[in-house]
Ligand binder design. Structure first.
Ligand SMILES: C[S@@+](CC[C@H](N)C(=O)[O-])C[C@H]1O[C@@H](n2cnc3c(N)ncnc32)[C@H](O)[C@@H]1O
Length: 264
């Protein structure tokens, strides 16, 4: 079988096994309960395996999830079995039309720094926000949740081997991710890293997949400006999944930003 298929299947399966935290999903449902009084028509952009959009449907909302990764989408499709108020499909949030008229658009799970696109990274981040705004009805809300750090250089300049996950998928492929560090440029705000996945197929064959990557790490003021330019007014901010407002500028204890913003 095609190695890329085996590798992507492995990643989606082990991601689902390991990335199964619910605190951010519970927080999103709490915010929706606070600000809405009826089931909402929700679009989750970059829904992955459905970790967030499936609980939203279980909470009674009508949900659409889109993602580019079909291995992830298959997991979402399996998780949503039996639920009549959810659909998911393949779409690229940078290049495709995501529809219109949604009450709420969700950009969560730190997707702002996990974008896959051929487009310039910063431009892709701006496009994600513009596409989210375009998909909302007037008066609808964007829920944006992303990592926001006081000292990007401290976190994103790192050297040495590390692995953020390993495991065996449902087809018997074993693998581990390996990183050798990353470098952050404070002027361009680009962070570049190098690494690979080490995989053993279920017939014992070993192979590696090169995983060099780069991201643009946005600042608070930049995200606020992108939201304003997309026609979104910030109504509420939350620091580290708590009821505390995000300070401006953020302080040393900030690691996560959640924003509830209204389309004019
Ligand atoms: C970190 S995962 C988050 C998944 C899910 N929201 C969660 O929190 O579990 C990021 C997801 O973004 C998707 N993604 C990245 N670039 C995308 C793009 N241009 N259009 C749509 N989805 C994209 C990836 O395929 C991946 O499933």
């Amino acid at each position: 079988m095609n190695r890329e298929f085996i590798a992507k299947h492995w990643y989606a399966d082990v991601y689902e096994q390991i990335e199964n935290q619910t605190n951010d999903v519970d927080f999103l449902i709490k915010v929706l309960n606070e600000y809405t009084d009826a089931p909402q028509n929700i679009l989750e952009i970059a829904c992955g395996g459905g970790r967030i959009c499936v609980p939203l449907a279980e909470a009674g909302h009508t949900v659409t999830g889109i993602d580019t990764d079909e291995h992830m989408l298959l997991r979402c499709y399996r998780r949503m079995k039996g639920l009549k108020n959810i659909r998911c499909f393949s779409a690229d949030a940078v290049t495709d039309n995501l529809g219109t008229g949604y009450d709420v658009v969700v950009l969560a799970g730190n997707v702002l720094i996990n974008i896959e696109s051929e487009t310039d990274y910063k431009q892709a981040q701006i496009t994600f926000i513009n596409k989210a705004a375009a998909a909302l009805r007037p008066g609808g809300h964007l829920y944006l949740d992303f990592q926001l750090l006081f000292d990007d250089a401290k976190v994103f300049n790192s050297q040495g081997e590390s692995s953020y996950f390993e495991g065996t998928d449902d087809m018997g492929t074993f693998g581990r991710t390996v990183r050798y560090g990353s470098v952050y440029d404070p002027v361009t705000q680009l962070c570049c890293g190098t690494g690979h996945w080490e995989l053993t197929a279920n017939n014992g064959e070993n192979f590696t997949v090169i995983r060099n990557w780069h991201k643009h790490i946005p600042k608070q003021a930049q995200v606020y400006k992108w939201l304003a330019e997309a026609g979104l007014t910030i109504e509420k901010t939350y620091k580290n999944f708590s009821d505390e407002k995000l300070p401006e500028p953020i302080d040393e204890s900030t690691y996560r930003a959640t924003i509830w913003a209204r389309k004019k």
